[in-house]
Design a protein around this ligand. Structure first.
Ligand code: NDP
Length: 260
């Protein structure tokens, strides 16, 4: 029996770990051919091999999405290999915490480059203006679904402001606003643009922070709260994407039960 996403093609950024890796597996389980995009090619190759072994179809694409050419190339390689693009999951992200006072502005720039500019690069490349290459817009007019999807991974940090999360929150509040605007722009063309806002998830995301951030922010939080696992978020994404054509999930907020 055909799965819900049979005949479709998905591109997942940040597929080398955490939420992105599990999302790619789940989309492949549902029948999508999946392009796995991130910088760590070895991780992507291992994931692609696992998906293939499980009966799915995957392509490992090494790309730093902060570089517009590399983001465009990742989309191009996906379409060249699989012939179309139906689903874009903008998941790659970086979270560097700490007070604004005395912060290293280079950390801000790195976060903005991935969480904001990277997301814009892949989104723009997946919606090219060239009439013969409209990717998501074209998939939205074609079988098997006559609808296409962009899912942007924001965060609870895109809904609530907390001290020491300033620039991460700037990026995630921004993703929410951009998602709403693009949803309105594309609704009539049957490209659904939704945002998913996870609470705390046990992944590598915090690992890029310095010892002070671990000691003062992350370790105390993690000691007090249960965290989601990546599969919980992947579940939510694979709820959003296969909805019937007339149903769009605009926003989904998924948290550990004890995280208010
Ligand atoms: P991970 O650190 O496990 O995953 C981040 C992914 O982003 C990696 O695959 C990494 O791959 C990729 N990435 C980072 N920089 C780039 C880049 N320049 N180009 C391409 N890929 C890049 O963390 P999560 O799985 O937790 O994070 C996924 C998303 O979920 C993020 O947007 C995060 O903000 C969001 N989120 C996470 C929460 C959590 O508690 N974990 C809560 C709420 C939201 P590589 O290094 O190989 O390039």
């Amino acid at each position: 029996m055909a799965s819900k996403l049979t005949g479709t093609v998905a591109l997942v950024t940040g597929a080398s770990s955490g939420i992105g890796a599990d999302t790619a597996r789940r989309l492949a389980d549902q029948g999508a051919a999946v392009a796995l995009v991130a910088r760590r090619k070895d991780r992507l190759r291992t994931l692609a091999a696992g998906i293939t072994e499980a009966g799915g179809t995957a392509l490992a694409v090494e790309a730093d999405i902060t570089d517009r050419d590399q983001a465009e190339s990742a989309v191009r390689q996906t379409v060249e290999r699989f012939g179309r693009l139906d689903i874009l999951v903008n998941n790659a992200g970086l979270m560097l915490l700490g007070p604004v006072v005395g912060a290293d502005p280079q950390e801000w720039e790195r976060m903005i480059a991935v969480n904001v500019q990277g997301l814009l690069h892949t989104t723009h490349a997946a919606l090219p203006h060239l009439p013969h290459l409209p990717h998501l817009l074209k998939a939205a007019e074609e079988d098997p679904r006559q609808v296409a999807d962009i899912v942007n991974i924001s965060s609870i940090a895109g809904r609530q402001a907390w001290a020491s999360y300033g620039v991460y929150k700037l990026t995630k509040f921004g993703v929410n606003g951009f998602t709403g605007s693009l949803r309105q722009e594309l609704a009539g063309r049957h490209v659904r643009v939704g945002v998913l806002e996870p609470g705390a998830v046990d992944t590598e995301l915090g690992s890029h922070n310095n010892d002070t951030v671990h000691a003062e922010i992350l370790d105390p939080f993690n000691a007090q709260h249960e965290r989601l696992v990546p599969a919980d978020v992947a579940d939510a994404i694979t709820y959003m994407v296969p909805r019937p054509r007339h149903t769009a999930i605009a926003e989904l907020w998924v948290t550990p039960t004890d995280q208010a």
